[in-house]
Design a protein around this ligand. Sequence first.
Ligand SMILES: [Zn+2]
Length: 265
Amino acid sequence: MLIPAIALANIPVKNTPIPGGIAVIDFETNHANPKAFYNKVPLYVQHIKDQHYQVLVGIPLMEKLGKKTIKVQDFSTRLFDFEVTEQSYSEQHITLKGKKKKYVNPNLAHMDRIKSERPVLSSARKIFSDNALSNGLFTRPVDGVTTSPFGLKRFYNGEARRPHTGLDYAGNIGTPIKAPADGKVVLVGKFFFNGNAVFLDHGQGLISVYIHMNDYLVKQGQFIKQGDTIGTIGQTGRSTGPHLHWGIYLNQTAIDPSLLLGESK
Ligand SMILES: [Zn+2]
């Protein structure tokens, strides 16, 4: 089944130009298909009304503060500036015991597996479909409480690791996970750190990921609607207990998923 692209898709996110946030930049054009780029990476462009367009720029957690520039391409090339402002994220210390210790310092066999999985995961995060596949704000994938917010500076058994690039919801094993927006399943698989994972493409470089799942209930290439069950909560991969790790990538950049729910910082 082929789902047509949405003509006037619009995700009404708030301008949040912080590391891990979304800068919203408005512009006008008569061009039917304007494009925008940040550091050469294509950006999410939405048509608001008439000549009014809007660019959504995902800002890396490690981005330096200060003035940044995007390029808009219509009949010519124009530059638009925005300012990245400070956001402090707290620290989180996690202890992995017994069998789970392999996730702190993986052995050689695990390292080979990690290396072979890396390009698969990274190309799924880099998918850019020309058309938006969803419309409107996202809905929560599960009802559980948030156990780890986005952006935490993480330490595993005392060792600094990458910050938390998603949002964790607690839940019992087997709890259904619902698609927060329409999209296409672009990756389904079992991975070392992520465990059982599903990646959804919402178009124009907006990708959502669901990891540590117990089970996945969708197939690669399948189109799904907002609210469809895509899998269940589990504790596979580098996980200390059953929960859903929900990640959002915009222009290949992990951003705070709560911004797409319309929740403000
Ligand atoms: Zn997480």
